[in-house]
Design a protein around this ligand. Structure first.
Ligand code: NAP
Length: 311
């Protein structure tokens, strides 16, 4: 049932579901895991982040990942490639990273320049190093309910609910957005958690009709302020995945989500802030995937050395 807040609780504002404390907890565990990894295998794994062209928001995001790598004791390698790269040359660079035994995980920053076919690039990443779950093998495993690498942002949007003690099973969950990296995998994960899931997109008629039905609403549309307070039911829990750069009215810029926080805050029971909600959790989860990838690869290589057989 929807928990309708009233009186003092409503005046105090909604519960803020912040990602930073959860991320800090995950990072603390990972720092120990990676230290043990280094002790056992004699090296720290490397995360390669591939940036094609000079997209400013992407560069900022990647710097954040590289900082997180440093915090937990992982080597971060930024592979910068000119925007005029040919599709073949880009795939060759990715294949070189696939073959490099020191590289345990590879992320390719999106969006790619228009002349690069996305499919060719995602196909070229070794699924065992695809720690953000974009390769068709990992996407297929997710849709079948098996364990592959999950897209970290989609996972973060579900994980923040679970770790905040918000029950998903049986709830009416509405997801705005159906991209392969966020909306669609989030919907699949929410089905796995036994939510009753509806997915909305740009062709959905009367968005508010559907969002008002939600007990849990995940918004990943990349449209600042798309969801306003009048499109929400009292007591709904909102996860705002959107990260949008908008003018702050004083000549600078600020980050806002896809949900209009001001009109939503008096209606919702809990909401993720932007910034500070899903974002911080995404990087921590990504590095937990790197740990798993690095361990799998190191164990496989050790078996190969011991038996002479390719596992
Ligand atoms: P995307 O690929 O552009 O997909 C946006 C989705 O929203 C599409 O499915 C689109 O529908 C739908 N949509 C767009 N306008 C809509 C509208 N008016 N009504 C209903 N649906 C609408 O974006 P994305 O990569 O999924 O990213 C979504 C947001 O998450 C962005 O703000 C991005 O910056 C943010 N993000 C955050 C993190 C994080 O760590 N927090 C990480 C990645 C992305 P169609 O399919 O019909 O076009």
């Amino acid at each position: 049932m929807i928990d309708v807040r009233g009186g003092a609780a409503a005046e105090a504002g909604p519960r803020l579901l912040t990602g930073s404390p959860i991320a800090a907890e995950i990072r603390a565990g990972l720092t120990e895991d990676f230290a043990r990894f280094k002790e056992r295998w004699g090296h720290s794994p490397t995360l390669a982040v591939v940036l094609v062209g000079a997209d400013a928001p992407s560069a900022v995001y990647l710097q954040q990942i590289l900082r997180t790598c440093q915090k937990v004791g992982v080597e971060g390698r930024l592979v910068e490639i000119g925007s005029d790269v040919t599709p073949d040359a880009l795939c060759t660079e990715i294949e070189r990273l696939n073959a490099d035994p020191s590289v345990a995980g590879i992320i390719v920053q999106m969006p790619l320049p228009a002349h690069i076919p996305l499919r060719a690039v995602i196909d070229s990443i070794d699924p065992a190093k695809d720690i953000d779950g974009i390769h068709p093998r990992n996407a297929g495993l997710l849709s079948l309910g098996y364990d592959g690498f999950l897209p970290a942002t989609a996972q973060a949007s579900v994980e923040i609910l679970k770790r905040s003690g918000i029950e998903i099973a049986g709830k009416r969950v509405v997801v705005v957005g159906r991209s392969n990296v966020v909306g669609k995998p989030a919907a699949l994960l929410l089905i796995r958690e036994h939510g009753t899931v509806t997915v909305l997109h740009s062709k959905t008629r009367d968005l508010g009709h559907h969002t008002r039905d939600a007990e849990i609403l995940i918004v990943a549309a990349g449209r600042p302020g798309l969801v306003t307070g009048d499109m929400l039911s009292p007591g709904v829990v909102v996860v705002d995945v959107g990260i949008n750069v908008v003018p702050d009215g004083e000549g600078a810029e600020k980050l806002v989500g896809d949900v209009d926080f001001e009109s939503a805050k008096g209606v919702v029971s809990a909401i993720t802030p932007v910034p500070g909600g899903v974002g911080p959790l995404t990087n921590a989860l990504l590095l937990s995937h790197l740990f798993r990838a690095a361990t799998d690869q190191a164990e496989r290589a050790a078996r190969r050395t011991a038996t002479g057989v390719r596992p």
